[in-house]
Design a binder for this molecule. Structure first.
Ligand code: HEC
Length: 147
């Protein structure tokens, strides 16, 4: 004689069981959505949020990248014509030696010569009007170090 199972009627203990293996999958999926897909990295890795970040990013792209290159390797389109090549900001060794944020900010605002660097590094005196932007440009430069 056939049991209930063999006749095709599932014993009550089976109901709900197929949902079980799906549960960890849903968890896994929402984990990737929540932590990988949707949440963006903060600037300077991700897009700028505040007005100051937007300004810093646009200054970097429109002025600095010309010589320093967008990723800071010193390979911008204008770099070839320079006698003094810009440093490679992605180099961990450069980041380690040039560890003084205040000095970098001063070079950015005052240009090379007052701090003993080449006059080919231009001054950006207008940035004094937006005091948050200097430190943000230094932050941008720090973020360019290769990992
Ligand atoms: C016309 C080309 C040019 C532009 C534009 C330029 N730089 Fe430079 N920059 C240089 C050169 C060349 C040096 C290397 C100077 C030296 O080593 O004597 C330099 C050096 C630097 C340094 C390193 C100073 C140090 O302590 O080693 C920083 C920081 C810097 N630039 C930031 C910037 C930022 C930020 C901008 C945009 C606001 C910018 N630069 C725009 C050419 C440029």
């Amino acid at each position: 004689m056939k049991t209930a199972w063999q006749r095709g009627t599932h014993p009550p203990s089976c109901y709900g069981a197929p949902a079980m293996p799906r549960f960890p999958l849903i968890l896994l999926f929402s984990f990737f959505l929540g932590f990988g897909g949707c949440r963006e990295k903060p600037w300077p890795e991700g897009p700028p949020q505040s007005q100051d970040e937007q300004l810093a990013e646009s200054v970097w792209v429109s002025r600095c990248a010309e010589c320093h290159g967008r990723t800071g390797r010193g390979d911008g389109p204008g770099a070839a014509a320079l006698k003094q090549k810009p440093p490679d900001f992605s180099d961990p060794e450069w980041q380690r030696i040039e560890d003084d944020d205040a000095e970098l900010e001063a070079v950015i605002l005052l240009g090379g010569p007052p701090l003993g660097y080449s006059p080919e590094m231009p001054a950006n005196p207008d940035l004094a009007k937006t005091p948050a932007v200097g430190p943000l440009l230094v932050k941008k430069i720090r973020s360019l170090e290769r990992k």
